[in-house]
Design a protein around this ligand. Structure first.
Ligand code: HEM
Length: 406
């Protein structure tokens, strides 16, 4: 019986994150790196602008202008998915579309399969012959559903290309390049975009909002920091297109959220490509090693008082390391995009809303976890209140770059 990840990867090949070191990985990384580099992220700032506006509109509408708590998990995942899909396929997604839920649910389950505590058969081969093992059957179902939406996305963009009605996107760029990747390889690269940032960036945003809801002091400090730099909302919205992040406290807040909540608490398992010595131990070539990102982010030798959520530590010591994106050659390829997306969104939400908790909101990094065995650690989906600071101003701003939420 195969390992679960092998079954899921059967038709499309592994996504870049799960591929072993070799030519396919190098090609895939090259294609992804070009599109996730700083200049490429800059070219996508308009998409970040649109998707964050969309979320602001959802918070206003679903929360009845601050009257009701909003279950933010799905709206946040829609945002990160829609951003990836517009970069890859030139199409957005809405919460009213069953495709959105299908992709979110399947990718979430696949990520759960990657968990090193929940899917023992990939790490302990003996479990593969365990007769009551239902993982492999479930993996086949997920692979079928994943293949179906990849096929649908490919067919849609092919039809648009033929009709000349496509938006600029990676798929179109590849097909018109002088050395296009074959569709199967291209699909794998695009799937990496889609799955790489979906749960991780969403969890970071969700944790940050949960923390802010329970810490009015940090919310107030962040609001003041924003208003020190942008005195009016027009500046606030135009600033998203700038090259740099202008509010150091918000950058520090993003970093501290990434550290304290570490969305991928164990990085992906990697095989060593050569034998090496670590302290007094010899680690042979071909050993599976797993970076304990969470333990590194909580290392008291590096971080004073690591159990305390304190954005100021990054203003006092800007060169502190952060381990949430992994390390070395295989570190996260999408960190520039993720940092920017989270920064813009938090700045806009804090400037326009006061965030409040519901009675069961838990921002603790241990007890607040929705599913401690999941590869991407998200908080429980308790409702949060988004009370507009000035409802008419928000409506005016959103009316300017009109977005329909469906
Ligand atoms: C807060 C958001 C994110 C976090 C915390 C995160 C974290 C990680 C981690 C821990 C790894 C494994 C690194 C290792 O094994 O050392 C990884 C790999 C990867 N991530 Fe992210 N990620 C985030 C967002 C994104 C986004 C937005 C994208 C793309 C759109 C992305 C694309 C990738 C890719 C392609 C890899 C595989 C790199 C390789 O295997 O060579 N990530 N990420």
């Amino acid at each position: 019986m195969e390992p679960v990840l092998g079954i899921i990867a059967g038709t499309l090949g592994t996504t870049i994150g799960t591929a072993g070191f070799g030519d396919a990985l190098k090609k895939g990384r090259k294609a992804t790196a070009a599109e996730l580099s700083k200049p490429a992220v800059k070219a996508n700032l308009g998409k970040i602008d649109l998707e964050t506006r969309h979320l602001l509109q959802e918070l206003l509408v679903y929360g009845s202008e601050g009257q009701h708590p909003v279950l933010v998990s799905k709206p946040i995942k829609r945002l990160t998915l829609s951003l990836s899909l517009s970069i890859c396929y030139g199409r957005r997604v809405y919460l009213g579309d069953p495709l959105t839920h299908d992709i979110i649910d399947v990718e979430d389950e696949i990520l759960k399969f990657r968990s090193m505590t929940d899917n023992l058969q990939d790490y302990l081969p003996l479990f593969r012959i365990w007769p009551l093992n239902s993982y492999s059957r479930r993996a086949v179902e997920l692979r079928k559903r994943r293949d179906a939406y990849v096929l649908r996305l490919n067919e849609e963009i092919e039809a648009k290309l033929q009709a000349g009605s496509n938006q600029d996107c990676l798929y179109a760029k590849n097909m018109t390049s002088s050395h296009p990747l074959p569709v199967k390889e291209l699909s794998t690269v695009l799937l990496t975009f889609l799955s790489g940032g979906l749960a991780t960036a969403s969890s970071t945003i969700h944790w940050s909002l949960t923390l802010l809801a329970t810490r009015p002091d940090i919310q107030e400090a962040a609001y003041k920091a924003i208003r020190n730099v942008y005195t009016n909302d027009k500046q606030l919205f135009e600033s998203c297109m700038l090259d740099t992040e202008e509010i150091p406290y918000i950058s520090a807040l993003v970093r501290e959220s990434l550290r304290y909540y570490t969305p991928s608490r164990l990085a992906l398992p990697r095989l060593t490509v050569q034998t090496f010595q670590y302290e007094d131990k010899i680690i042979p070539e071909g050993t599976t090693v797993i970076l304990n990102t969470y333990a590194c982010n909580m290392d008291p030798n590096l971080f004073e008082d690591p159990e305390t959520f304190r954005p100021e530590r990054w203003l006092e010591h800007p060169d502190l390391p952060i381990f949430s994106y992994g390390l070395g050659y295989r570190m996260c390829a999408g960190y520039t995009l993720a940092n920017r997306e989270i920064y813009v969104l938090l700045t806009r939400i804090i400037a326009l809303f006061e965030i409040g908790p519901s009675p069961d909101t838990d921002a603790d990094h241990i007890t607040g976890c929705a599913d401690p065995s999941h590869q991407a650690m998200a908080p429980k989906n308790s409702g949060l209140y988004f009370r507009p600071r000035d409802v008419n101003k928000i409506k005016d701003i959103l009316a300017q770059g009109h977005v329909d939420i469906i």
